[in-house]
Design a protein around this ligand. Sequence first.
Ligand code: URA
Length: 434
Amino acid sequence: MRMYDLISKKKLGEALTKEEIEFMVTGFTDGSIPDYQMSAMMMAIYFQGMNPEETVALTMAMAKSGDMLDLSAIDGIKVDKHSTGGVGDKTSLALTPMVAACGIPVAKMSGRGLGHTGGTIDKLESFPGFSTGIETEQFISQVNEIGIAIMGQTADLAPADKKLYALRDVTATVDNMSLIASSIMSKKLAAGADAIVLDVKTGSGAFMKEEADAKALAKIMTDIGNGVGRCTKAVISDMDQPLGFAVGNALEVIEAIETLNGNGPEDFSLLCMELGAQMLLSANKAQTVEKAKAMLLEVIDNGKALDKLAEFVKAQGGDESYVYHPEKFTLAMFKRPINAPVSGYVSHIECDEIGVCSLMLGGGRETKDSEIDLSVGFVLQKKVGDYVEAGQPLAIMYGNDIAKMDMAEERFVKAYTFSDIKPAECLMIKAVIS
Ligand code: URA
């Protein structure tokens, strides 16, 4: 088999066989197929697409390119959750202790942020001492002892995807549905959960700007998961504006803690309840969505979800006192309001631009090796549908560098659009696909 022939075949729009896809993934992982040939293949796939059989074959070949985690030593149905990424997306921080407090074992692998979207691992590192660099044995025994553990993605988990994603990132081939679906599902399948709940975002801060595309992506991913015997569902959720009010690592952790105290933003709390309910249903902990939501509310009301977060932070070396005293988190040196230039209703927020502004303050990574500043970010004061007077704050900006703050402020204001007419209300949960 020659990679040249496979590129040529795909360029002409023909389907690749399972054996050809396996050859390509194995060769790319071991270095015998060079980046330039794989780049050409990615571009051919970008334009010609892949059929469902090819997408499944690519997913499985990438999942099997490294370790497939065996979680059978953990009792109960393990349910994983994955978000396609967004701005202010701190869902895992609140959701995982909520479902763990309801008795679902949470054994989760999470990633770091890259580009305008944040990552759970970075956010968790806002707790002094917290570490996700734990070995698989500790990971498993911690889940058995306290019901929850989160570790960083190991180099051995779907290494083909790791290499391929880095290549797609620099060759403008990320935003293809089959490639996104196989990338996400290869990691989820390798991470070993019995069931998977996907949070597929749509809107200006998401990969899938259009709802129809988000639904199509969700369908491809749920088909892949269910096709290999892992109960997979997807919630299509809004990412046309930042989730909640906080954007930035420590600020988002504080907002997640407020949510576990029952004082979270409405949109964020709604999303956590929907995803949590789907996770409880998948784990057979509840028979209806209503009962599942009641269970989740109970662990918030009786403080068990907050205590679970503290237990989890402590088990991974972090200072759990921050959970009960979030005022202890170190925030940036300077705090500045960003004021509205005109009066009117906020009619649109260019969501990914807000993510870029946080990145400009130092809160995100430009490259995978960049250091990030966990203390910077924004707390939005106005979101879509809110009325604002000229000169009133749209957000409070937290920064450590005045020049960076000046640049971020200019861009932040441009991300907002105003109107004299109140815009129609936007639904947080667009659909559930199972
Ligand atoms: N997230 C992933 O893990 N892979 C993609 O291709 C896109 C988003």
